[in-house]
Design a protein around this ligand. Structure first.
Ligand code: SF4
Length: 153
């Protein structure tokens, strides 16, 4: 019964989990701004929480430190299918400032988990993050759901 309810809710909303795998928190501040009345993320049916087991979308920030590599894989594995990953900011793509001058980071994040969309910027604006989630998430989740259903048949 609960599982059925969860499936119904997931069809009409997008649940997002923020995963900071080693950045300066600049991108996270922009993500948190999305919760403010100015952007009012929930008006789009997007809900942020910190439980990957409930997440449709993992918003990954940061340059992937050694300590975060395995955590990142674990968190990805915990998120139920269909799920998508959006890399937020330059760090998950290139390591940005943390990759310079012999910095020990392991970006890109796509070396460790599949990435469906990447938003460049240091940091990207909240509106750019919102646009990426709204553009990519519903289609990608639906497509992955269809692929899953086809595998079951
Ligand atoms: S992309 Fe820029 S703002 Fe975002 S975590 Fe990296 S250094 Fe910070």
């Amino acid at each position: 019964m609960l599982k059925k309810l969860k499936d119904i809710v997931r069809k009409s909303s997008i649940h997002v989990c923020i995963v900071n795998c080693g950045g300066c928190n600049g991108c996270d501040v922009e993500l948190v701004a999305l919760l403010s009345p100015r952007y009012d993320l929930e008006q789009y049916g997007i809900y942020v929480h910190n439980n990957p087991r409930e997440a449709d979308v993992l918003l990954v920030t940061g340059a992937v430190t050694e300590q975060w590599r395995d955590n990142l894989r674990r968190i990805y594995a915990k998120a139920p299918e269909p799920k998508i990953v959006v890399a937020v900011g330059n760090c998950p793509q290139s390591g940005d400032v943390f990759a310079q001058e012999g910095g020990r980071v392991l970006a890109p994040v796509s070396d460790f988990i599949p990435v469906d969309a990447a938003i460049p910027g240091c940091p990207p604006r909240p509106s750019e993050i919102l646009e990426a989630v709204l553009t990519v998430a519903p289609g990608a989740i639906a497509a992955k759901g269809r692929a899953q259903d086809a595998r079951k048949d």
